[in-house]
Design a protein around this ligand. Structure first.
Ligand code: AHR
Length: 659
């Protein structure tokens, strides 16, 4: 173990363990020989949605905003630089009839060598530029007659040029691509890109793009590596995508349609992001979905991080908080066909229509898709009757394929009860329950699944997050209190892994200058990212998920609030570990003897990781990204007893070596 971490661990522990204030109560017992249920490999996953600049301006590493001039205002994000000013030097043209998916482009007309003419792109919230890193610039262009050349320039926050290059151009009346790579000489937190036109003449431009080269796996036009690494570190069992409400759209015309997100990026039709104007108090007028990150890339990401893909498809209903449009039942076929085709796109033979598209995009091997969600937070009989048609069509073609169905917006109440009853009657595979609630709700509901039916539908705890204030309040924080309450609740999910087979916190990412919804698991700016205390809780569960649940009891009962403690235990048969998770949600330290029964020990040393803080309001930040993060140390078992010392408001994972 890292010596520094060990000393830090002991020091932090000492701070919280003054003997005189330690509460004492009955022992806990782990019945390690009594397997209760298997833990599914999918148990702890991640929920990805393009909210808070999650995709465009987030994991999708494109630095140019509105690269194809398709935002409602075609020059949003762009500034024309010219001296002297002249009408008509930059025109937006629309070729709707020829190219409906990407109709607009700009025409540059420079009439004299002397005049100064250029375009500046401001990036999403400025551009994060790294000193010494090569950047890839590219542009689609056509220049029928020679005359103009293009010089690109990176500009720092203070306006200094920190990198420049000329893009080689050819003449011709067909569209072609120019590319040039160049290195930045300095770092900029909010940089810009200038494109200067030199010489004299006219040129058409589209898909103006700038990517860093340090993307995830070094893929050209790929994803932001620091953000994806945070996901990979969690070893998630599944990744749900693309949302969230984004699936539904404000109205059906802007619902998510996966077929429009694959193939060459210049042919992927942009739509407005439904979070653009959702909250009057957090307007984001420049938020669009370019789909540079589309379904192929999501499947590839799932494969990269070892997560099972879980796409959620529109069920023929727009967001019921917005327009609540529904497709007439007799016109639902195209929606159902999208679902059937998606299975073929992911898994089908490369000789088939959709399998061949996947192969052409560079992935002939199947993506091994086994499940999908139909509908996000949809409700009412209108949802059930549409879902039934999807279920019938999908199950008759793919009987083993699993379907996830929505239990609506809340985990209780009439809406939930109606859906829960109807979905169980339909024998759906998974019911997707969502909980955005106060920390106290999470503590009070640690036993929610103790009496759920083990033989019916399985549960997907698809979206949850403790709210320090109230749902959609801008004052919600990710702090120690929210993290501890989620950890307590998650011990209840783990104890009930026989019925809860998947769980994911939501939302996943937020850009500090571009968010709409808080709290969020991971916060980023243009160059940095950090995990919240809630992130570390998710990770501690996920990397220690084990393979089988065993009982962990206090006075014969599950530990779900007695002495402010919450606990669960799993065996990891592969790694020969017994893993205990214990939350102390109280304000006093607790000393507790934990007896290990029913298993032989391999060693007396136990590795421990504790997440704690000084105050329930403790948070992580860009400057102190691991202020609340697990600290590792080790303790020794005495005979088959673990003397656990549990700091106030803490979450601890113990790993015991067993036969
Ligand atoms: O996670 C944010 C939003 O919360 C999701 O898009 C939606 O499903 C839920 O209401």
């Amino acid at each position: 173990m890292n010596k520094k971490r060990l000393i830090a661990g002991i020091a932090v522990a000492a701070l919280f363990f003054p003997r005189e204030v330690m509460a004492q109560s009955g022992d806990m017992t782990v019945q390690a020989g009594k397997i209760v249920a298997a833990v599914q490999p999918t148990m702890w996953g991640v929920f990805f949605e393009d909210i808070n600049l999650g995709a465009d301006g987030g994991i999708y590493a494109e630095l140019v905003k509105n690269r194809s001039f398709e935002f409602r205002r075609p020059l949003m994000g762009w500034e024309v630089q010219q001296n002297p000013a002249r009408e008509g030097s930059v025109l937006v043209l629309n070729r709707q009839e020829q190219q409906a998916a990407n109709p607009r482009f700009v025409r540059i007309d420079k009439q004299t060598e002397q005049e100064k003419l250029g375009l500046t792109n401001e990036g999403f919230r400025g551009m994060g530029i790294k000193k010494g890193l090569p950047y890839d610039f590219s542009v689609m262009y056509r220049q029928p007659a020679a005359g103009l050349s293009i010089r690109v320039e990176l500009v720092s926050t203070a306006g200094k040029t920190i990198g420049t290059a000329s893009a080689p151009l050819k003449t011709g009346s067909n569209w072609q691509k120019a590319e040039v790579s160049f290195t930045s000489t300095d770092t900029a937190w909010r940089g810009k890109l200038n494109i200067w036109f030199e010489g004299k003449g006219s040129i058409d431009l589209d898909m103006i793009s700038l990517f860093p080269t340090d993307t995830w796996k070094g893929r050209k036009g790929g994803m932001r590596a620091d953000m994806i690494q945070l996901l990979a570190d969690m070893k998630p069992g599944f990744i749900r995508f693309p949302g969230g409400c984004i699936v539904e759209g404000d109205d059906l015309s802007v619902r998510y349609q996966w077929k429009k997100t694959i193939g060459p990026v210049e042919n992927r039709q942009l739509i407005v992001n439904r979070w653009n104007s959702e909250f009057a108090h957090r307007p984001t007028p420049d938020y669009y979905q370019t789909f540079g990150l589309g379904f192929f890339e999501y499947f590839q990401l799932a494969e990269d991080i070892g997560a099972a893909p879980l796409p959620i498809l529109n069920c023929g209903m727009a967001c019921q908080f917005n327009t609540a449009e529904v497709v007439p039942l007799d016109q639902l076929d195209p929606y159902i066909q999208d679902a059937l085709d998606l299975i073929e796109f992911a898994n089908g033979d490369t000789s088939g229509k959709w399998g061949s598209v996947r192969a052409k995009m560079g992935h002939p091997a199947p993506f091994n898709l086994k499940m999908m969600g139909v509908g996000n937070e949809n409700w009412g009989p209108q949802y059930i009757e549409r879902l039934a048609l999807f279920q019938q069509a999908i199950k008759s073609k793919y009987p083993d394929f699993k379907l996830v169905a929505s239990a609506g917006t809340n985990p209780d109440g009439d809406r939930f009860n109606y859906l829960d009853t109807a979905l169980r009657r339909m024998k759906v595979d998974y019911i997707d329950e969502h909980y955005y609630s106060k920390p106290s709700w999470f503590l009070d509901n640690a036993g929610r699944y103790d009496n759920y039916d083990r033989n019916g539908a399985k549960i997907f705890a698809g979206e949850y997050a403790a709210q320090s204030d109230r749902v959609v309040s801008v004052n919600n924080r990710n702090n120690l209190r929210t993290a501890i309450s989620e950890a307590a609740f998650m011990t209840g999910l783990e104890r009930n892994a026989g019925v809860v087979e998947m769980a994911s916190y939501a939302p996943l990412f937020a850009h500090t200058d571009g968010w709409q919804w808080t709290p969020d698991l991971i916060w980023v700016n243009n160059l940095q990212s950090y995990g919240t205390p809630d992130y570390y809780v998710q990770k501690m569960f996920s990397v220690n998920k084990g393979t089988h649940v065993v009982p962990m009891l206090m006075n014969g009962n599950a530990v779900k609030g007695q002495d402010s403690l919450y606990a669960s235990a799993v065996l990891d048969k592969g790694q020969k570990l017994l893993i205990l998770k214990v939350v102390n949600a109280g304000s006093k330290p607790v000393k507790k003897s934990i007896n290990i029964d029913g298993v032989k020990l391999r060693a007396s040393a136990v590795s421990v990781a504790t997440l704690q803080g000084q105050s329930l309001k403790d948070e992580n930040s860009f400057s102190t990204p691991a202020a609340v993060a697990p600290v590792a140390f080790s303790v020794k078992l005495k005979a088959k007893k673990l003397e656990a010392v549990l700091p106030p408001n803490s979450f601890t994972v113990y790993k015991i070596n067993v036969e």
